[in-house]
Design a protein around this ligand. Sequence first.
Ligand code: DGL
Length: 272
Amino acid sequence: MSTVGSGMIGVFDSGVGGLTVLEALAAELPSEHFIYLGDTARLPYGTKSPATVVRYALQATEALMQHRLKCLVIACNTASAVSLPAIGERAANVPVIGVIEPGAQAACAASRSGRIAVIGTEGTVRGGAYREAIRRRRADAQVTALPAPLFVALAEEGLCEGPIAEAIAHHYLDPLFEAPRRPDTLVLGCTHFPMLIRAIRAAAGADVTIVDSARTTARHVRRTLQEAGLAALGGQGSLRLLATDAPQRFARIGSRFLERPIEPHEVELIDL
Ligand code: DGL
């Protein structure tokens, strides 16, 4: 029997946010088998030091490597920004894909003026990974990166639309987009931000191209698997969900992020 394309795609995030990336991956690759690990016990990563995020991400990688993986996707922007080289070394036998490079690539392709804004967690912005990845592709780019931590709480609270979401979107984005030489492209550099796309679009303006790194990463994963001859050759895909704490909460909030109901019994509790 052929084993081409067998093995699972591991997806790692600090919590439920990466389910936006998983949802995009499952839409792009419906025949694949996914195993998702949300480190809900130690969320958020966005406020922690790089050394701590690297340590946590390596422990999560170890846990996922216990399964037969053919690819590992780091859905968390903060973890991608600081721990991709360390994870790549640990999981050297499979392709390891983070969300920063595909997002930067899409932003460079979309921007006409070269003025690109990035919003993310404190950790993602502080490390400058998006700026670096954009400038590597486009040396003339003017990158403005801004932490927008309240969006994480809003998305988890389900306050994705309405006056509160709109007010906070204006609070973060008006100083950027009301400026005379405003960016023409905005990168959503955090797993949670696609949930707030309407409020973000309304504040940024209809003429701004919004790069959702979940979708661009999913396309990148599909191309990588196809080029490596690792893509599943058909059939129905599947999903296994692991969390390090609070499976009930994971199921409740995760259902919105994944855009389909998750039952608490579907979420396996693990320790790292
Ligand atoms: N998953 C994180 C990210 O994309 C957001 C939540 C957190 O801070 O852990 O950066």
